[in-house]
Write a protein that binds this ligand. Structure first.
Ligand code: NDP
Ligand code: 8X3
Length: 251
């Protein structure tokens, strides 16, 4: 029988590319995001391959998260794979200059949102004593870099939650692992710099960044291992990147 995956942040970047490779391989999808137009377009485009259901919610709104995931139609309610991907950086400021709204956004979306979605999905996995959770962390959850402060904190939290989930869900036979990318060219920097394309474009200039499809391929590899194999934690960087701050740029 076909598997069903729920992907948060499916309207762009890594989530969108993961949706593409999953449907091409017959996985039914619950695609989540806030931009309804993009969800509709995805359903139309990817629905030719397998069954697609879309859910529009803001991961910060815990009532909405629990209500929407809790009332999925029966053909989609048996979730095998959860990709906790929704998230972004908001701002790149020295700690004393950071905006409280940016801090709230990063903690509320990247940490609390991931927890709300997990809470809603895990009940079903625990019932059937099977399932696979992939948390999308970051190199920023492994190394703190200048002005990364709160974004890094949110991704260090994802790293801790990934470990904690794996420990607590071990008794139910649920697989839990993280994929932690370095620089991937998506809408990430546009969001971080609040639509300032000049600043966003510079981030990916002078080297070959990862494409969202590079990470999606790895996520697909992780979910297609035999069930006794759990890839617990992966860091994936462009060849030009050696650490959060060391990038070989040719400008
Ligand atoms: P994008 O900006 O391209 O995609 C972010 C996705 O998250 C969008 O689909 C967006 O959907 C969704 N999202 C953001 N905020 C919310 C919210 N409040 N509620 C629901 N959905 C939300 O970025 P990426 O694809 O790059 O990012 C995906 C993940 O990868 C993030 O967790 C990011 O931290 C991580 N990452 C990215 C790296 C990079 O270099 N790009 C490197 C390391 C990790 P919508 O706006 O429709 O709600
Ligand atoms: C996104 C990559 O280096 O901007 O998580 O933190 S980085």
């Amino acid at each position: 029988m076909s598997k069903t995956a729920l992907i948060t942040g499916a309207t762009s970047g890594i989530g969108r590319a993961t949706a593409q490779i999953f449907v091409e391989n017959g996985i039914n999808l619950i695609l989540c995001g806030r931009r309804q137009g993009r969800l509709d377009a995805l359903k139309k485009e990817l629905g030719v391959y397998s069954q697609i259901h879309t859910l529009n919610f803001d991961v910060r709104n815990r009532e909405e998260v629990l209500e929407k995931i809790g009332s999925l139609p029966s053909s989609f309610s048996n979730i095998d794979i959860l990709i906790n991907n929704a998230g972004n950086a908001h701002g790149l400021d020295s700690i004393e200059d950071g905006s409280l709204d940016d801090w709230d956004a990063m903690i509320d979306i990247n940490v609390k949102g991931l927890l709300y979605v997990s809470k809603a999905v895990l009940l079903g996995m625990i019932d059937k004593k099977a399932g696979h959770v992939i948390n999308i962390g970051s190199i920023a959850g492994k190394e703190v870099y200048p002005k990364g402060n709160v974004y890094c904190a949110s991704k260090y939290a994802v790293d801790a939650i990934n470990q904690g989930m794996r420990i607590d869900l071990n008794q139910y036979g649920i697989r839990v692992g993280a994929v932690n990318p370095g620089a991937v060219e998506t809408e990430f920097s546009k969001v971080r710099f609040k639509g300032d394309d000049g600043k966003a474009d510079v981030v990916y200039k002078g080297f070959q960044p990862l494409k969202p499809e590079d990470i999606a391929d790895i996520i697909f590899f992780v979910v297609t291992r035999p069930y006794h194999v759990n890839i617990a934690d992966l860091v994936v960087m462009p060849t030009a990147q050696a650490s959060a701050t060391i990038l070989k740029k040719e400008l």
